[in-house]
Write a protein that binds this ligand. Sequence first.
Ligand code: AP5
Length: 222
Amino acid sequence: VKPEPLKIMISGAPASGKGTQCEQITKKYGLVHIAAGDLLRAEVAAGTENGKQAKEHMEKGQLVPDEIVVMMVKERLLQPDSQESGWLLDGYPRSLSQAKALEDFGIQPDLFILLEVPEEILVERVVGRRLDPVTGKIYHLKYSPPETEEIAARLTQRFDDTEEKVKLRLRTHHQNVEAVLSRYEGVTVKVNGNVPKEEVFAQIDSILTGLIKQKKAASDLA
Ligand code: AP5
């Protein structure tokens, strides 16, 4: 029997490195990366009614209402590519109600990764973050600078990446994180996110390798 594809959730405070690790994980494991924040920013950019509403909340560092987020993520999760290749859910669920909504649809992860980074580091990461609109790659002016002048010239900044706004985002994170964690106690791994990104990935990589072995052993028995 073919092993079931991986179903992974990754969470952590704003700028803890979720997007950066997701780039590495998808490259190696071929999972479909579903990032709630990216889906929302695409709605904002498209100027849809949902996008307009979402932006008001994102600018205040608050969670976008479930009516917008839950269906959006669920639809992406249930598409054939996610079902066939496995998925990597980034920044969802962020509240108890979102976790419960997934349970109601019968969606459970194999693993819930929590990236741990001390708060004083996060503000510097946010303020120095830049994005390449062409490749979607995440940079940091100090920790992960662009490779060429050409890339450097086209980098953009997110509208919610200011010191003031990240403090609001952090507060929202603290209000919700324990409740979300309580739903995934049995499958949670805490990863030290306060080391260079390659070292963070090495920790995650070894956890995922172990998980794949387990899944294969289980399917061989089936
Ligand atoms: P979202 O886009 O998910 O933002 P976030 O959670 O604040 O996380 P970030 O994207 O800021 O950071 P990250 O952890 O991906 O870090 P990154 O890898 O970029 O959400 C935005 C908003 O959308 C929310 O505020 C909310 O309003 C709304 N939203 C999203 N999901 C929602 C949901 N489920 N429900 C309701 N609303 C929702 O790294 C950050 C920087 O650090 C980069 O510059 C990077 O190069 C650098 N860096 C990364 N790793 C390292 C390292 N190891 N060492 C040094 N630097 C590093």
